[in-house]
Design a protein around this ligand. Structure first.
Ligand code: PLP
Length: 396
């Protein structure tokens, strides 16, 4: 069967192999605990669901303007002002079918064949593929755990060439939970302005933080705001992953280009989900606070347990709901007769021996690490950690 080169070159999700193995074991009746999921375990709050039901009953079920309804764009502008200290006009907003779709439209709109997009590693699994699909070339910027997995400005400067179109900046980060502070962002902004490169600021986790409130790079000054393509959505903060609403705030020229593309591919995002997203953004924020409180309790518990397990260590993440666990000490070891040659082997052993599913760091461009999601109940987390402790043993 003939397939276009562009899809032949897309790698299947590296997390897929592990999740299909986990599913197979579950089908066999084995009680696997999944710590691989990238979504809150909470349900969408009732007041949001009610607005969606009302939208259906009132017949809000037709096509909408391709770039999203004005009411939602205005709610997004309000939110950006309140949360991020940013002033955008509704013409500078485009609503898409999830933040992943916003990223897809962004990269299709700004990069030509061979353009370089700088991508700090560890990175979210979809970024390299989204860059490739747009004809671009991911240029990996390695970060270090000693720097909390945050990029060093000198490394950014070093990687910029004539072909550099932009930098992807995901703060708070999936998979590391790292959050850039204002001073760090100022240095990055300075380099971006000096070299006239875009900042693709993926702020999907910006309401899930535990210490300092994350700063938006676009809020630093008007020059960097003009170069920033800010992406966010309702999936994570409002437990709305299935509703598929994401949005982009950027210079009108970029937004217009993305709107053209969207009008010929997906048309408008789901009309009912758009109404529900208005309710999410302007309604009570109490459910978000409660969810973050629960995440914080789980984070503290999981960090302290992980740091007691043989061969594993982790720093306390400042945002999102993931731990990026250093497992370097286990690589090359033999555990219960299993040779742990790499992180994939370790993940497989954890799945079959401890019956816990996690994601290998190599999926995020950082081998010898494991990503654990704590968007699971404390009860499940306790059992999962008991099982991992039993398999790997505890420190002294
Ligand atoms: N960006 C990051 C860093 C993510 O982790 C995810 C989801 O896992 C997304 C974007 C996509 O979110 P959405 O559900 O809005 O497409």
């Amino acid at each position: 069967m003939y397939l276009a080169e562009r899809v032949r070159e897309v790698d299947a999700s590296p997390t897929l192999a592990i999740s299909s193995k986990a599913k197979e074991l579950k089908r066999q009746g084995i009680d696997i605990i999944g710590l691989g999921a990238g979504e809150p375990d909470f349900d969408t709050p009732d007041h949001i669901k009610e607005v969606a039901i009302k939208a259906i009953e009132e017949g809000f079920t037709n096509y909408t303007v391709s770039s999203g309804i004005l009411e939602l764009k205005e709610a997004i502008c309000e939110k950006l002002e309140e949360n991020n200290n940013l002033k955008y006009k509704s013409e500078e907003i485009i609503v898409s079918s999830g933040a992943k779709h916003s990223l897809y439209n962004t990269l299709q709109s700004i990069s030509d064949e061979g353009d370089e997009i700088i991508l700090p590693a560890p990175y979210w699994v979809s970024y390299p593929q989204l860059i490739n699909l747009a004809g671009g070339k991911p240029v990996i910027l390695e970060t270090m755990e000693e720097n909390d997995f945050k990029l060093r400005p000198e490394d950014l400067s070093r990687l910029i060439t004539d072909k550099t179109r932009g930098l992807i900046l995901n703060t708070p980060s999936n998979p590391t939970g790292a959050v850039y502070n204002k001073e760090e962002l100022e240095k990055i902004a300075e380099i971006a302005v000096e070299n006239n490169i875009y900042i693709i600021a993926d702020e999907i986790y910006n309401q899930i933080y535990y210490d300092e409130k994350p700063v938006s790079i676009a809020s630093l000054n008007s020059k960097i705001k003009d170069l920033t393509i800010l992406i966010n959505g309702v999936s994570k903060a409002y437990a709305m992953t299935g509703w598929r609403i994401g949005y982009t705030a950027a210079n009108k020229e970029i937004v217009d280009a993305m709107s053209k593309l969207q009008s010929h591919s997906t048309s408008n995002p789901n009309s009912i989900a758009q109404k529900a997203s208005v309710a999410a953004l302007i309604g009570s924020q109490k459910p978000v606070e409660q969810m973050v409180e629960a995440f914080q309790e789980r984070r503290d518990y999981v960090v302290s347990r992980i740091n007691q397990i043989n061969g594993l260590s982790v720093e306390i993440p400042k945002g999102a709901f993931y731990l990026f666990v250093n497992a370097t000490k286990l690589i090359g070891e033999e555990i219960n007769g299993i040779q742990i040659t790499d992180d994939q082997k370790l993940v497989k052993a954890l799945l079959t021996e401890a019956e816990v599913a996690v994601v290998p760091g190599s999926a995020f461009g950082a081998p010898n690490y494991l990503r654990l999601s704590y968007a699971t109940s404390l009860e499940e987390l306790t059992i999962a950690l008991d099982r991992i402790s039993e398999f790997l043993g505890t420190k002294n």
